[in-house]
Design a protein around this ligand. Structure first.
Ligand SMILES: [Zn+2]
Length: 70
């Protein structure tokens, strides 16, 4: 008996609407305009930051960290 299980992938918000580019807002640190195709994070207070600044800020995304740690 084979059970087909669809694993739920972690949805990365910058991967949806791939064909539609729009500005989601300025980065809270470098104030660069972030487009939806960029890598960015959204905070609970609805501010946004690009991944570069986010990493520079000392915060770490758990999944990001996993992908890039050796
Ligand atoms: Zn930034």
């Amino acid at each position: 008996m084979k059970l087909k299980k669809k694993s739920k992938m972690l949805r990365k918000q910058w991967k949806k609407n791939k064909d539609k580019e729009y500005i989601v807002g300025p980065c809270k640190w470098c104030e660069k305009e972030i487009v939806n195709t960029d890598s960015f994070v959204t905070f609970a207070d609805k501010t946004r930051a690009c991944i570069k600044c986010y990493r520079n800020s000392g915060h770490m995304l758990p999944f990001w960290d996993k992908e890039h740690s050796k």
